[in-house]
Design a protein around this ligand. Structure first.
Ligand SMILES: Nc1ncnc2c1ncn2[C@@H]1O[C@H](COP(=O)(O)OP(=O)(O)OP(=O)(O)O)[C@@H](O)[C@H]1O
Length: 257
């Protein structure tokens, strides 16, 4: 390494400009070749730093989000999923609902792609540099119950529930909650109400949500009221994609024999 590069390395390390260090030599060569003026070079080197930071953020936010697997809308077969309006989902994919602090509720039976769409929207959000958290309803309640026991409720609420720009709560409805647990989920919804976007997925229609929350009708309707006030409902009908894949592989026939 020549002396100038060594000094540059020290400076970029101290000033935390990893993007500048990575791109300096190549950009300097390009500048000479294309006869950029000094300001043009400065602009390009700063842009390279900005891009580097954005990419680092994307990687970090994707890791921190806790997606069960990385899914994209491009992989989603809209012709299979009846009732999923492609136009509506594409509009949601512009992420303006996050800016407007609105909610999305994906409803439908098992295997129709609710988690897929929720994760794909979440992945778009992290790509756009927005902090996102994906968690199943039961894990969220478990986390909050543990935090309460350890006297860390406020910190966990702040870190896991309030800090992300987008909170995805998956699988509301598979496991019923006790009265105490239902209050915790209500607290999550109430605290994010008009402050941050939420995506929720559920296999149960709203009329049956009382059964999830210890048949507390007052709490359930207060929760739904807040969720639905500024919301987009995506109702998915049809057969499970998992079963379709098994049928295609000839596994269902064998199972039925
Ligand atoms: N229309 C679709 N196009 C492509 N893949 C799909 C589609 N629907 C579902 N899948 C795939 O099928 C699997 C199950 O989908 P997913 O987990 O999103 O369903 P779900 O509605 O959330 O089900 P559950 O309620 O059981 O959690 C996933 O691997 C998902 O990527």
């Amino acid at each position: 390494m020549n002396l100038q590069l060594a000094r540059l390395h020290e400076l970029t390390e101290e000033l935390q400009l990893a993007g500048v260090e990575t791109n300096a030599t190549a950009l300097a060569q390009q500048a000479a070749k294309e006869e950029w003026d000094y300001l043009q070079f400065l602009e390009r080197i700063l842009q390279s730093e900005q891009k580097h930071r954005h990419q680092r953020k994307q990687v970090m936010f994707t890791r921190m989000a806790g997606f069960p697997s990385l899914k994209s809308l491009e992989e989603f077969d809209f012709t299979f999923a009846t009732g999923v309006p492609k136009k509506q989902v594409n509009e949601l994919a512009t992420l303006s609902f996050i800016e407007r602090k609105e909610n999305i509720v994906l409803l439908g039976p098992s295997g129709v792609g609710k988690t897929h769409i929720a994760s794909a929207l979440g992945y778009k959000a992290v790509q756009a540099g927005l902090k996102t958290r994906f968690i199943s309803a039961s894990d969220l309640i478990l986390q909050l119950t543990t935090a309460q026991r350890q006297d860390k409720y406020k910190q966990v609420m702040q870190r896991s529930v309030l800090a992300p720009r987008l909170l995805i709560i998956d699988e509301i409805g598979y496991l019923p909650f006790s009265a105490q647990e239902s209050k915790l989920l209500f607290d999550v919804i109430a605290k994010r109400y008009e402050k941050g976007a939420i995506i929720l997925t559920s296999n149960l229609p709203f009329g049956q949500w009382g059964s999830i929350f210890a048949n507390d009708t007052a709490l359930t309707s207060a929760m739904l009221d807040r969720i639905l006030h500024h919301s987009h409902i995506v109702q998915i009908k049809g057969e499970s994609y998992r079963i379709k894949e098994k049928k295609q592989a000839g596994l269902m026939e064998n199972l039925n024999k």
